[in-house]
Ligand binder design. Structure first.
Ligand code: MN
Length: 290
């Protein structure tokens, strides 16, 4: 098996605020990667690098808003996040936990810092990933998977472990249900730890360095940097230069047209217009701002 070439190592772009609670580096699309198809089935990556929030009685976050046609995946590294949606799901996640929300046909939701975390203040670090749905499942009923740290599949490796959120490593499967073949791992490595990953060459693949620093196929990547790999091989060798955590994304491209507008990701502009119409007519359900 041949090694993948590194296409680029991107420094995090300047952060912007989503609501008043999420200070994010927007890597794609229309970020360091412009092309909406380049990381398919992953559509969007927002990364909140470690940032200290001062204590407040009013939790920061994003108020009620809709989604249709994809899944929002929130991975918590530091701090606590609360979620409510119009399908009746509610959850609070903290370090090591993941919320995997399938918007499908449509939900309203709100995302805030957890009240207790807000009152104490502290370091906040998380990832929000939008996973696109195949055409056949765009209008699937909304679903919510709360994946706790304890529910993750862990495969021990020399000087570390592969924590599988979704997909498969060495025959072991992660807890998330997905609608297309994809892998989402957190790779935990001690200093000098080493891991070899194999994904089919046509799977779009990238790494985000959550903590520490690495060599990826002999190239250096530091904390908060994003490593995009070419689709020219299967093998990726990761060597930790210090204790590190790496988010690994790899998935089979959906190979379908994308029309995206704000919180809607569909296959045609007509479907976007329908989503806006359905939202304006209240078909995404009801969710209170309080
Ligand atoms: Mn949202």
């Amino acid at each position: 098996m041949s090694k993948r070439t590194i296409e680029a190592v991107f420094a995090p772009p300047a952060p912007h605020m989503v609501g008043d609670g999420f200070r994010v580096h927007h890597f794609f699309p229309d970020g360091v990667i412009a092309d909406k198809q380049r990381m398919s089935p992953f559509f969007m990556l927002d990364y909140a690098s470690p940032f200290h929030f001062t204590p407040t009685q009013t939790p920061r976050g994003v108020g009620v808003h809709p989604h249709r046609g994809f899944e929002t995946v929130t991975i918590a590294y530091q701090g606590k996040i609360a979620h409510h949606d119009s399908a009746g799901h509610h959850g609070i996640i903290q370090a090591g936990d993941v919320q995997w929300m399938t918007a499908g046909a449509g939900v309203l939701h709100k995302e805030y810092h957890d009240k207790e975390f807000a009152e104490q203040g502290g370091l906040f670090q998380m990832v929000q990933l939008w996973v696109n749905l195949p055409m056949a499942y765009k209008m699937t009923p909304p679903c919510y998977q709360e994946l706790t740290a304890a529910s993750m599949t862990r495969v021990p490796i020399e000087d570390g472990e592969v924590e599988i959120i979704a997909g498969e490593y060495q025959g072991k499967k992660g807890p998330a249900h997905t609608f297309s073949p994809l892998n989402v791992f957190n790779l935990h490595l001690q200093e000098k730890g080493r891991c070899i990953l194999h994904f089919p060459a046509h799977f779009n693949t990238a790494l985000l360095v959550i903590k520490g620093s690495l060599l990826v196929n002999e190239q250096t990547a530091a904390a908060n940097q994003f490593v995009l790999l070419k689709n020219d091989g299967e093998k990726i060798e990761v060597h930790a230069l210090e204790q590190s955590i790496v988010l690994v994304l790899s998935g089979e491209p959906l190979g379908e047209p994308i029309s995206a507008y704000g919180p809607f990701v569909m296959n045609s502009w007509k479907e976007i217009e329908q989503a806006v119409l359905d939202f304006n007519e209240g078909k995404f359900g009801v969710l209170s701002d309080n």
